[in-house]
Design a binder for this molecule. Structure first.
Ligand SMILES: Nc1ncnc2c1ncn2[C@@H]1O[C@H](COP(=O)(O)OP(=O)(O)OP(=O)(O)O)[C@@H](O)[C@H]1O
Ligand SMILES: O=C(O)c1ccc[n+]([C@@H]2O[C@H](COP(=O)([O-])O)[C@@H](O)[C@H]2O)c1
Length: 309
């Protein structure tokens, strides 16, 4: 399938066509899905965990999908968002929060990179990892998953750019990897110089999006007003959260700074961890206050062109 990206003819394999799974391994013929949530998780909240449950219920209710895994990928420190505390703590809190889940896990690959990485690159990495761990595939170009030796481990963890033509059709039987987000993240696609149009196109065309509604956002209208998103609307699953819950990390940090309780808003183990290390204070809130967010810096340096979503 051909997609026009940024005015140039770019051939992009439509992963949907070859990620449907091997019917032998998937007898009810449902498409297996892995959900990937990217974000600061500063700190992780109960609502972040709810996103996975909501998305899973929604996809199962379509009768077409079988959600087999959820991955939380906290962003690295190089993202330089205001108030972002160290990835070490954010990853540990996310791990504590998911201890009781039998299907959602935390992955620290993104946060252990030296540079900030575009979300598309994180998706590509996890797609490759899923492909290389599938016994049906013997991908020569898969991301190496070798363990022994420190040097080799560092090497295995390093980001190796994955080109489109490396996503070969041999990875048949690999689950679909969909980006899970809230409506505010979807709407951030429209912030000038934040996301590259070609990345957005590849995310929605090749992977797909599961987006949970959020108070103050209108995802449906946003999709309607974007030609790119509208073109791929069949690959964007909008999930209505009827039991609205407007917990946000910002509000959690605010309460903590004011010495207020965050009990029942974050998992108990996370609350205890925050207290133990006194993670959120007026000082931590000022972190990166004068620094420009990594994607904005990156695109200011690069060849950012006028682009219409
Ligand atoms: N209450 C919520 N409803 C829907 N989506 C949410 C909610 N809280 C977080 N998310 C989603 O979770 C993902 C990770 O979010 P993030 O770590 O930025 O947390 P946040 O609570 O949105 O943080 P902040 O308060 O700093 O904006 C994003 O896709 C975001 O849209
Ligand atoms: O890929 C991009 O171009 C891109 C641009 C802006 C933000 N992101 C990602 O979106 C997420 C936003 O998280 P947050 O906490 O800033 O809402 C985080 O994982 C970022 O790496 C990604």
């Amino acid at each position: 399938m051909h997609y026009k990206v940024c005015g140039c003819d770019s051939e992009v394999l439509h992963l949907d066509l070859w990620l449907q799974g091997n019917p032998m391994e998937n007898p009810d013929n449902k498409t297996q899905v892995v959900l990937l949530a990217c974000g600061s998780f500063n700190p992780i909240t109960n609502m972040h965990l709810r996103l996975f449950e909501l998305a899973k219920d929604y996809l199962h209710e379509t009768g077409k999908y079988n959600v087999i895994k959820g991955i939380i990928s906290p962003v690295g420190d190089a993202y330089k968002k205001k108030s972002l505390i160290s990835a070490n703590h954010r990853v540990t809190m996310a791990k504590l929060a998911t201890e009781s889940s039998d299907w959602v896990q935390v992955d620290d690959w993104e946060s252990s990179q030296n540079e900030w990485l575009e979300t598309l690159k994180v998706l590509r990495y996890h797609h490759q990892k899923l492909a290389s761990s599938n016994p049906a595939n013997s991908l020569q170009n898969a991301v190496p998953l070798i363990k022994p030796g420190r040097k080799r481990k560092q090497e295995a963890n390093r980001y190796i750019p994955v080109k489109k033509n490396q996503l070969s059709p041999e990875t048949k039987g690999v689950p679909q990897l969909k980006l899970l987000c809230g409506a505010d993240m979807l709407e951030s696609f429209g912030i000038p110089n934040l996301w590259k149009l070609e990345d957005i196109t590849e995310i929605v065309a090749n992977h797909g999006l599961v987006c949970i509604t959020r108070a103050g956002n209108n995802a449906q209208k946003f999709i309607y007003e974007s030609d790119t998103l509208w073109q791929h609307k069949n690959n964007i699953h909008l999930v209505e959260e009827w039991i609205t819950n407007d917990i946000s990390s910002t509000k959690i940090r605010r309460a903590l700074r004011r010495g207020q309780s965050v009990r029942y808003l974050v998992p108990d183990a996370v609350r205890a961890y925050i207290e133990k290390y006194n993670l959120y204070s007026p000082e931590s809130e000022d972190r990166n206050a004068e620094v420009i967010l990594a994607p904005l810096q990156k695109y200011a340096r690069g060849c950012k062109q006028e682009q219409t979503l």
